[in-house]
Design a protein around this ligand. Sequence first.
Ligand SMILES: [Zn+2]
Length: 510
Amino acid sequence: MKDQNKIAICIEELIIYAKKHLSLSKHDAHYVRNALMEHFEITAPANNKVEEITEIQPVIDTLVTYGISNGYAKTNDEILYETKIFGMVTPAPSDIITKFDVLAATSGIESATDWYFDLSKANNYIRMQDVNKNIMWDCSGSKGNLVVTINLSKPEKDPAQIAAALKAKTGYPACMLCTSNVGFAGNAGHPARQTLRIIPTTINNEAWSIQYSPYQYYNKHLIALCNDHRPMNVDKDCMTRLMDFVDNFPHFFIGSNAALPIVGGSILTHDHYQGGGKGLPMFTAEVKKSYKSPIKGVVISTLDWYNSVVRITSRNKVKAVKAATYVLDKWAEYNDESVGISCKTDAQHNAITPIARYEDGKYIMDMILRNNRTDDNHPFGIYHPTENLHNIKKEGIGIIEVMGTFILPGRLDSELKEITKYLDGTLLFDYDKLSDSKHPLTNHKDMIKSIIDKVGTNNTTEQAMVAIRDYINITCEQILECTAVFKNTEIGSAAFEKFIINGLGCNSKK
Ligand SMILES: [Zn+2]
């Protein structure tokens, strides 16, 4: 009985919270209370007045523990079960869409997306307690700041797994991005999505939806997804959709991963884009040189960035799309043997990572030139991190990273802590010992040697970590430079300009 009233109080606290933070209507309160009482087999509501609580997580934890101990959910299914409970107090998808539309009409689209962002955090769809586990720091690189994140909230995938995903057979929902995820109960291989609510939007006359990324690799990280499960494709329609998107959401950027393995994203099977707050490092890059484009009313520029970016700027959306498609098509067939660029062998290799945004009345499309060719010396990709950098990152370098926000594998957290012991004198560094392939730090042996050569072994733990981070910062710059199809050398820069002038038919402006 005592537990019954304790759970009844939790139910009441949850309803008060949902009214305030999840826009649960007062007209739905009885309905939701009765559903929760039925689920927890509670026969009477709280017998005392319940006050608003400041922290919802302890309430949810109490309900989850109670539910599992009573057999309503399985042990080890805490997250799935928590999502189910939050899903019960989150208004129906149609209610969320209506509220979003009303807010957009009365207070503007940014207010609507802000409200939707807060809702997505408040019902733990975005689990901020997990996102906050990520270790993140800024580093000042030679061509602008980079952000480095050690990802402790999501497991990693390698390029082979990503490539395999393109062909893999799937069950239901067909993939993580299908709209059929809304309300899905989840299982061991697929997260619960009862708390997911998506917002419809129309781009290029097609039905798409937006949702925030549960991983939040940068501020207001969102995903736009096609309502149909179909493969990624970067073509003229994609360029139009990206520009339509920034018309609908001018406060956000939006970009697509290249649609090829190695240089593409982790999910190639479902057409989708990444977008959100315009705070990513590449947006601060300076224009290196501007050119007159063959399309009137469009300026084509190159950026002073680690990899090879062509920027299209126009006040006219149709012209911006035309120019973007033009660059896409020209790059698709461009070869330059003098710098090893081969657009096609048995398969297409040249690809583009396009990123659109709207600023000061101008449509801007940054087109990062990519190529996924491999050869005997570069089995992972010629424009992929070289093997000496794989101890930090060997996975594909997707849209977020080519823009300067690094998401490094979670394994590094414990490995780096162990490495500090060689730098503060706790452990004696023995290169031969670390060369044993079974040694847990064997992949880092050259990095450790290099750091010891630089700073010695008589550091404090803090100094050791600074030295390690300095090394990682330089590595991240090198990784970005690996992705550059035109290197930042005299020869590379000349070859880049040759592509702009001969390949694209631009004239030098200044
Ligand atoms: Zn899908």
